[in-house]
Design a protein around this ligand. Sequence first.
Ligand code: ADP
Length: 454
Amino acid sequence: MTIQNKIALIFTVLSAGIILALSIYIYIFASESISGSFYHRLEVRAGIVGHAALEENKSKTSVYYDFKEKHLGDLPFENHHVIHNVNSARAGNIKSSLHLPESFYSQIRFDTPARFFRSDTSYVGMKIAKGDKNVLVLSTAVDVFGLAEMENLKNLLVTGFLISMFFVFTFGKLFSAQIFRPIRLIIRNVKGINAHNLHQRLVPNGSNDDISDLSKTFNDMLDRLEITFEVQNNFVSNASHELKTPLTVISGEAQIGLSIPGLPQNAIDSFHTIYRESERLEHLTNSMLSLAQTGFDGKKEQWEELRIDELILDVKEAVDKIIPSNHVAINFDHLPDDDQKLILNGNKTLLKAAFSNIVLNSCKYSDNKPVTVIIKADHTYAIVEITDEGIGIPDREINQIFVPFFRASNTEKYKGYGIGLPLAHNIIRMHQGKVDVHSRVDEGTRFVTYLPFK
Ligand code: ADP
């Protein structure tokens, strides 16, 4: 989950908690207040009924009832039980018909009426005294309007809660999106910075806040990285350049040596070895130089229009020089009808280095068994498939073969440095292409490269 969504969610949960607590408080407060006033109305009526029951003068009794009826009116389902003698059988019957808890009766005092509520019915119990006589009045009624009001309030609070949750979540998302906008901008900018454009910097947002600090910190780090890359790049470039000239001289001298007539066989063999090894070393230094260029500085490439089939023929020529006994066969059967699909824009030297590294690996790791190179195209890419019958790459290591200096665990028998494939990968990516690898241990490997045609 993104931090943005997390913030929106936390914001919603917090607000939900607060709104819920507030709604419960309002509901309890309203319920207490409505039921309190209903109890009070029931107690007033119970008092009148009690006083009427204690009145000996019957004409006065009817005055009480008239007053109650005219000025107070009946409550819904209003019922009164007047008990003159709490120990009588009638009192027992009434009590058992009402099913009220014992604590209700023990609460009843002369001045404090008892209240009880069960299944929508309100119960009131009170003692009324006049002279030396007293009665116990048990009254019941249903607060139909109060209950309906509470039901309405409950619906209102639930609907209000759901609607406010919707708004809180929506606004929470908008709010966090707004807060994270500068951070997303930084992420997008940082993603765009790689070894090829290390000189790029983040643009501080002008304010004096944490985000601006973050941009400045990134820029400082990029300054340091750029210097380190530059130093490393210069070192590799200079070392490779310095090695190139003596190596060319050595291979040239070996070729001159080979042309001397009447040399003994062992001298010819030595010259051959010197020539082959110096070619191999030259290829290695060229690869290091190219890796330095492609990995550190994209500005140095020179791009031109080139044909992939011609490039592969050049690659074959270079491979023949290094491994004369190779069995690389180029298959032109799948060439596209449309020649345009073979033309791409790229750096010839780099692409040649990339493909020769892949083909040389195929020869090396198959002990010179046949290697097939197929050139074809789909609607976007010129595709080159290089298939060998070699040792293959263990499944769990296949993801690492493009990591510089990585060598698979089954390569002890073969010389290598782990820079050929990372270089090839860098070069092909630099040309907006991609490389797929399919391999089975002891059966062989297929590299499929895709380069967009013009
Ligand atoms: P190396 O100099 O070791 O060949 P690379 O960078 O060219 O370095 O290749 C990296 C690793 O990928 C190799 O060490 C090897 O384990 C594996 N690999 C590359 N090509 C092949 C292949 N055709 N068959 C089997 N393994 C290969």
